[in-house]
Design a protein around this ligand. Sequence first.
Ligand code: AKG
Length: 250
Amino acid sequence: MNPQELKAHYDRDGFLVVPQFLPDEDFAELKRELDHYIQTVVPTLPDSDAFYVDKSRPETLKQLQHMGGDPFFREYANHPRWKELAELLLGEEANSRGAEWFNKPAGTNAPTPAHQDNYYFNFDPPNVLTMWLALEDVDEENGCLRYVRGSHRQGRRPHASSQVLGFSQGITDFGPEDEANEVCMSLKANDLLIHHGWTVHRAEPNRSTTRHRPSFAIVFQGVSCQIDDEGRQRYEAEMRAQHEALGLKN
Ligand SMILES: O=C(O)CCC(=O)C(=O)O
């Protein structure tokens, strides 16, 4: 697809797939750096930056955020290849919100509740997107992301506390109409997904006992985005309450 077609698809569906996004060497380097970070940095991180399904089992690591303390990931979050594509889709200059990592460890029950990223970010205008790179093959068995096509055009949906660490809020009125428009995003390693801040998405648990489902993500916000302070404060209070209920330090 040429740039105009990519943007037209993104604007229409609220998401996009870019197969084999990185050159092979860059993809291998990213995976190496992630492995190194997980081995050497993650054991030193506070509870708020590294989430586990079961903290007593390091192999159940499921989410990393605030990775900018690491020089490689601080710089990588502004990688031109990612940023230029984000700016094309957003239609304006953009700022990176930093690198994140999402996993569904094999043999664990860790679904992603249906949610909209901009319910967490609270940007107005909602000109924000998430770029999510599959680090291994992804399919129905190991917990593909499921997008509700066109849902970004309907704006904010009601959310409530989800009890899922890392995704403190889930949509409360997710229903059959959403399911009818849902697409399971089966991917090869190094395929990139991009979704709009209002695109409704979720993932089922990883049903495989042998295949993890790791991914690497960067969120970009257009320079026109302003924070809706009231929404942001509400979200942060809800997240802190969830962490306290789960016995995590904020
Ligand atoms: O990896 C997942 O299961 C969820 C990721 C997600 O919701 C996101 O990147 O916005």
